[in-house]
Design a binder for this molecule. Structure first.
Ligand SMILES: Cc1cc2nc3c(=O)[nH]c(=O)nc-3n(C[C@H](O)[C@H](O)[C@H](O)COP(=O)(O)O)c2cc1C
Length: 160
């Protein structure tokens, strides 16, 4: 059995809830990706083109700073990586996270929550932020009610 870590970024708590359900079902450790400067309600108003989240998302090269970089990535084989979909892809703070560690030889399984969009081109946007021999797997959306048994079966397929 491979060792799994569930990491996530969540601005308003929805992905955090999904990540906790996933870690619980998988018996995996949990690590929260935190921004150095927390997002405010105004920052997250994605209808406002000048909001922080919009500005960051419209510039794919933006790399919002992390609060800390103490995840023990080296200890794990499979890293589940969760985030809210922002403008159809992963928030750029997820790129900052990936660029802050060595994911060489690791399997990264994406999961996300959203208002309805899928993972889309999230993986493509993250590919350049990890070593060439890191594997990025399009996982699944974890919107809505989550069934523990079903989550466990999904995780087992990926970590066995
Ligand atoms: C800046 C921003 C952009 C968003 N873009 C999308 C989108 O493209 N498609 C979508 O379905 N939902 C979008 N949403 C909604 C979030 O993906 C959704 O509310 C998510 O579950 C929030 O997760 P969180 O509470 O973990 O931050 C966006 C939200 C924000 C704040």
């Amino acid at each position: 059995m491979k060792k799994a870590l569930v990491t996530y970024f969540s601005a308003s708590g929805v992905t955090a809830k999904a990540a906790k359900a996933l870690a619980g079902a998988a018996g995996a450790d949990l690590y929260e990706i935190k921004p150095k400067v927390p997002y405010t309600q105004a920052d997250l108003n994605w209808m406002d083109k000048r909001s922080r989240s919009s500005v960051e998302m419209n510039d794919k090269t933006s790399r919002p700073a992390l609060k800390d970089t103490d995840a023990r990535i080296a200890d794990y084989d499979v890293i589940f990586l969760g985030f809210p979909i922002w403008w159809y892809v992963a928030p750029t703070i997820v790129n900052t996270f990936l660029e802050s560690y060595d994911f060489s030889g690791k399997t990264i399984v994406l999961f996300a929550t959203s208002g309805g969009s899928g993972l889309g081109r999230s993986a493509a946007g993250l590919r350049g932020s990890v070593a060439a021999d890191a594997r990025i797997v399009d996982g699944r959306m974890l919107n809505g009610r989550l069934d523990e048994k079903e989550l466990r079966a999904w995780v087992d397929k990926l970590v066995s």
